[in-house]
Design a binder for this molecule. Structure first.
Ligand SMILES: O=C(O)CCC(=O)C(=O)O
Length: 217
């Protein structure tokens, strides 16, 4: 892992906080790019609108999702999986902006995972009250690549558990511009998001958007 990780941030370097052997929180790293990310999200959602997917158990998800990249995450009564086509339109998912792939690769490298090239980005939109239950990200083909998760808008309380659902969760607040990276020994940690508290973010209003970059295929 990187020796300089705990050094005070120099210049524009984000402050990196190691939370576990393979988990690093990059405070505010995406904040300078937020306006561009939001423009891109609007363009992606114009092609592939946010929707509330249905879980294999038949529940409508409270979090609204869309995707970009070669693969998009989908859920329906047949299960969770990645698909090259948006089931809503039958068309390929919108391309992932190069700047997004770069940001995710830079964040992964800062966290000690050099060479990360995302092929999927799940875009989650939370409104106050929305939560994401504790789960593992295990629909990807290869677990050697980390997960890179960018938070925008209202703050959220993220639960970081262990490799078993029963393990106690740590709680951390993810704020606008934060990037959380987990991989290596932490790649299959359970995680989730507590119900989003109300509020008004200057850029996003009463909403939080999370971009989750993965190497899925
Ligand atoms: O919104 C978040 O911070 C986490 C998203 C997540 O866990 C997921 O998409 O699997």
């Amino acid at each position: 892992m990187m020796d300089d990780l705990f050094a005070p941030p120099a210049g524009d370097e984000p402050h990196a906080e190691r939370l576990a052997a393979g988990t690093v929180l990059l405070h505010g790293m995406a904040a300078p790019l937020a306006a561009t990310l939001l423009d891109d999200i609007r363009a992606i959602a114009a092609q592939a609108p946010f929707r509330h997917m249905v879980t294999p158990g038949g529940y409508r998800m409270g979090v609204a999702t869309t995707s970009c990249g070669e693969l998009g995450w989908v859920s329906d009564p047949h299960g969770y999986r990645y698909s090259r086509l948006d089931p809503g339109s039958g068309q390929p998912w919108p391309a992932m902006p190069d700047s997004w792939r770069q940001l995710a690769g830079d964040a992964a490298a800062r966290a000690g995972f050099a060479g990360f090239v995302a092929d999927a980005c799940l875009i989650n939109r939370y409104e106050p009250g929305c939560k994401l239950s504790l789960h593992q990200d295990k629909d990807e083909r290869d677990f050697s690549a980390p997960i890179v998760s960018v938070s925008l808008g209202l703050p959220a309380v993220f639960e970081l558990g262990g490799l078993k659902r029963s393990e106690r969760c740590a709680r951390l607040t993810l704020r606008h511009g934060d990037i959380l990276v987990w991989g290596g020994p932490d790649r299959l940690r359970y995680h989730g998001v507590l119900p989003l508290a109300g509020g008004e973010h200057p850029l996003l209003g009463a909403c939080r958007i999370n971009l989750t970059f993965r190497r899925a295929g």
